[in-house]
Design a protein around this ligand. Structure first.
Ligand SMILES: Cc1ncc(COP(=O)(O)O)c(C=O)c1O
Length: 384
């Protein structure tokens, strides 16, 4: 059966000004983490109303903050069974700024950042800007499925690392970690008195059979050593509205934030907060439809890769709309460049995700299915 998203065309996306479709000429946009499906009607309405009556154009008033905190708390309770107190939900401009704040304010000064790789690209470069080293800890593979290497994680803490960046659901490999895996990670962190920055920006985007478990929700110990960042920006496709939420879950971090958090909170966008509130409170139906469509895409991807890209490793993502294609057996130096030049498809080079990503490709499946099919077919022709 046709879905309205099937009708979306490259021309309409370019005319709409989407970065994913504008930066690489005529190439299919399968790189930056935007979706081609617009956003939820409730979000559109919130933005329209804000512009029309001017309520979204000033600094963030207390009542809008309260509405955001309550909508967020309701959303995470309903979806993940995570009970957070509204005042623990803090507005920030985006998740990368949240990470800077959390590293600066809550990790041992000067300590290296522990980063499981492959990783979201800016995680590799942002610590350097804060004068921090990165200790890359390659994920391991168990039956082809990525998993944390607990011994290597232990060694990274032993080598002086203090803060672990725990990205779940995982960009780029698409894993949704299970509770037992989170518990095992937490044991290692606790053993070393470590800290966790939990980036759960993709949390709403999990597929049937997988359920997001907020890391800070697994135990009092995990809550005490963690600061969490979430946002409506990926699931509701509003990264340009610049709004994320940081969740405090320990008294120590609450007092640090009370003292210094205003520097970051002052950057938060009012329009973004209004849109996020609408997304969390009223966007559920649209989100359900998007997840169903993406689920169809990830299944189609499996079939398409098997047919057109023999020798390419591909596990369907458990969460996120980012697929991870392993081309290491084909010996292509830079797969992203190869497909840009030979298939007119723009995806992300795995090498940008750390040493463990070399020879791989991050491919964004949040495309109209006909465009997804066309792109993979062209990639197959290029390989042949
Ligand atoms: C895992 C992850 N973290 C953070 C970000 C960036 O989020 P923000 O735009 O809120 O800084 C992204 C964007 O794709 C992401 O995938």
């Amino acid at each position: 059966m046709m879905h309205a998203f099937d009708q979306i065309t490259a021309e309409s996306l370019r005319a709409g000004g989407w970065k994913k479709w504008l930066e690489f000429g005529s190439a299919t946009g399968a790189w930056v983490a935007e979706m081609d499906f617009g956003t939820a009607p409730a979000v559109r309405e919130a933005v329209r109303r804000a512009a029309e009556d001017g309520t979204g154009l000033g600094y963030l008033p207390k009542r809008s903050l309260l509405a955001l905190q309550e909508a967020f708390a309701g959303f995470v309770d309903a979806r993940y069974g995570w009970r957070v107190e509204a005042p623990d939900v803090r507005p920030v401009v985006d998740v990368l700024t949240a990470m800077q704040a959390v590293v600066r304010l809550t990790s041992r000064p000067g300590s290296p950042i522990i980063l499981p790789t492959p990783a979201y690209m800016p995680f590799l470069t942002l610590p350097g800007a804060l004068d921090r080293e990165v200790i890359q800890v390659p994920l391991t593979r168990v039956d082809g499925r990525y998993a944390y290497d607990l011994e290597a994680l232990d060694a990274a803490f032993a080598a002086g690392g203090h803060m672990l960046v725990l990205c779940n659901p995982h960009n780029p490999v698409g894993r949704v970690l299970e509770r037992t895996e989170l518990e095992a990670i937490s044991e290692v962190v606790e053993r070393h008195g470590g800290r966790v920055f939990a980036d759960e920006i993709h949390a709403p985007l999990t597929y049937p059979g997988h359920r997001h478990v907020p890391y800070a929700s697994i135990s009092p110990a995990a809550a005490a050593h963690t600061v969490t960042a979430m946002s409506a920006s990926k699931a509701f496709n509003i990264p340009g509205l610049k709004s994320a939420q940081l969740v405090l879950s320990s008294d120590g971090d609450r007092s640090v934030w009370e003292r210094d958090g205003h520097i970051y909170e002052d950057q938060a966008s009012t329009l973004g907060a209004l849109a996020s509130t609408a997304a969390y409170a009223e966007g559920g139906e649209w989100l359900g439809d998007v997840i169903e469509y993406l689920d169809g895409n990830r299944q189609a991807l499996g079939t398409l890769v098997a047919e057109h890209l023999p020798g390419v490793g591909c596990r369907e993502p458990e969460g996120t709309y980012l697929a991870w294609l392993d081309l290491t057996d084909l010996g292509i130096e830079d797969p992203a460049r190869f497909f840009r030049e030979n298939a007119d498809v723009a995806a992300t080079s795995g090498a940008l995700c750390g040493d463990a990503g070399r020879g791989c490709l991050r491919f964004n499946i949040a495309l109209a299915r006909p465009l997804l099919t066309e792109a993979i077919t062209r990639m197959g022709a290029a390989l042949r």
